[in-house]
Design a binder for this molecule. Structure first.
Ligand SMILES: [Zn+2]
Length: 79
């Protein structure tokens, strides 16, 4: 029997406002569904640092650069 680990992406918000996480949720859910074509893994974690006017920084923990690029393309830098 093979064991396939299905852990969901961990999301950490370094932000006092709740509006940012509400607005980002649909995009983060799409990023959580990504799977690396090379390694077959999902995104491990993301840390969001919120700034003013909807800007934010996202720090991704993934298996490789390729998966990070896919996640960044979905979530981008502003909402
Ligand atoms: Zn990978």
């Amino acid at each position: 029997m093979s064991a396939i680990q299905q852990e969901s992406m961990k999301i950490i918000f370094e932000d006092r406002e709740t509006t940012l996480r509400e607005r980002l949720r649909p995009r983060l859910e799409r990023a959580a569904d990504l799977r690396c074509a090379e390694h077959g893994k999902q995104v491990v974690a993301v840390t969001i640092h919120g700034f003013d006017n909807g800007w934010f920084d996202a720090m991704w923990t993934t298996c490789c650069e390729g998966l990070t690029e896919q996640a960044v393309a979905i979530v981008k830098k502003r909402c």
